[in-house]
Design a protein around this ligand. Structure first.
Ligand SMILES: [Zn+2]
Length: 150
């Protein structure tokens, strides 16, 4: 059975009656079984795509993604690949070997973000009020609203 739609969460390529404006035919590339690859490079690529799909889906929560991979019905659509990774043969398109999905992906993915991102620069907080001595502190304390003095 040929895959009918893209298995990237949130992607509706191939889903019938999708409401995509200017809908065009999006090519879908089946994720093939690494074990059946004809060359080691092909096998490595298939393994990479298999890992990608597994990282996107949560097989532990009842997702049948492993079964889909087993049946080769899991697929990734062309929207997730760089246009340069896609080879057009007339009406058909194929993936370049080694092409890695990198576009329109859910943010949360161990595949696209294998390690933690560096911390985002924080907006400087307002400097805390410092007191040079106990008298200053007492003055500030007196200015506090009653309910805070408790
Ligand atoms: Zn897709």
């Amino acid at each position: 059975m040929a895959p009918s739609h893209c298995c990237v969460p949130g992607c509706i390529s191939g889903v019938r009656n999708s409401k995509i404006k200017n809908e065009r035919k999006v090519s879908i590339f089946a994720v093939r079984k690494p074990a059946l690859a004809k060359s080691s490079a092909e096998k490595a690529h298939r393994e990479q795509l298999t890992r990608f799909v597994l990282s996107m889906r949560d097989a532990a929560s009842g997702d049948c993604i492993k079964e889909m991979l087993q049946k080769e019905t899991a697929a990734i659509c062309e929207l997730h690949f760089m246009p340069t990774d896609i080879v057009v043969h007339g009406k058909f398109k194929t993936l370049c070997q080694g092409a890695k999905p990198c576009l329109h992906l859910p943010k949360k993915s161990s595949f696209t973000h294998p390690s933690r991102k560096p911390p985002v620069a924080r907006v400087a907080e307002e400097p805390r009020k410092r007191h040079n001595n106990i008298i200053d502190l007492q003055k500030s304390f007196k200015q506090l609203p009653e309910f805070l003095k408790g």
